[in-house]
Write a protein that binds this ligand. Structure first.
Ligand code: KIV
Length: 256
């Protein structure tokens, strides 16, 4: 799989055959590592806002910022499919969605991801009509963190579960090639995975999805904020970096 270019069609074909791996990247060297490891989807996520740019949440990230980081990731020319997040407020209307998704593709993205279900279905259809592959995103929607008032598991209540199922079916009908399920109750994520023909990619949604996605800096241990519970393997690269910085500073001291 490492030697072939991964496309949306390849990702769809992996359902039921091989677990789909997806990690975020915001820069060229990280993208090179993910490509080398054969990660299927490299996402220039708007988590960029918190883990790289120092914003309190993803709603501060602009189209220009995603373009800048997508260009860096795309310069890696890796075989992984490179997807980019459509930032908050960049797909409020069909016109915005088409114009901004085209900008991300021009920057080197090979697909875009949007948060939401039936409420954004015309935007999703319009982007797909332009020939741009789309990844859906349901469950906890970080771009709605302010209205939501925090992170919580979605789908535990019957009404919420039914809405998730309907949203997932509508997005599949609209033509998306994969869907991220973030903080969806594990049994509901498993049900959606069973019903849909396209792959589901979970984050904090149990192990029965077709694949898993993580914010790479959570895995590396360089995220400045808290590390979510669903991150099972946690590196400590930030500690190692601090040690190197201190060691280097110490090396400057001249012997008396
Ligand atoms: O922005 C992001 O990194 C994401 C993933 C966590 C799914 O959307």
């Amino acid at each position: 799989m490492n030697n072939i270019k991964i496309t949306a069609t390849v990702i769809k074909s992996l359902k039921g055959k091989e677990p789909i791996s997806s990690l975020t990247a915001y820069d060229y060297p990280t993208a090179l590592l993910l490509g080398k490891a054969g990660i299927h989807i490299v996402l220039v996520g708007d988590s960029l806002g918190m883990v790289v740019l120092g914003y309190p949440d993803t709603t501060f990230v602009t189209v220009e910022e995603i373009i800048h980081h997508t260009r860096a990731v795309a310069r890696s020319k890796i075989n992984s499919l490179i997807a980019a997040d459509m930032p908050y407020k960049s797909y409020d209307t069909v016109e915005d969605a088409v114009r901004n998704s085209k900008k991300l593709i021009q920057a080197g993205a090979e697909g875009v991801k949007l948060e939401g279900g039936r409420s954004i279905i015309s935007q999703v259809r319009a982007i797909i009509d332009e020939g741009i592959p789309v990844i859906g995103h349901l469950g906890m929607l970080p771009q709605h963190i302010v209205e939501e008032g925090g992170y919580r598991i979605k789908g535990r209540m019957e009404e919420e579960k039914n809405a998730l199922l309907e949203d997932a079916k509508s997005l599949e009908e609209a033509g998306i090639f994969a869907i991220v399920l973030e903080l969806v109750s594990a049994p509901v994520a498993a049900e959606i995975t069973k019903i849909l023909k396209i792959p589901t990619i979970g984050i904090g949604s149990g192990m029965d999805c077709d694949g898993q996605i993580l914010v790479s800096t959570d895995l590396f241990g360089t995220s400045p904020g808290f590390i979510p519970k669903h991150v099972k393997i946690k590196g400590n690269l930030a500690e190692q970096m601090l040690q190197l910085i201190e060691q280097w500073k110490q090396s400057l001291l001249k012997p008396q």
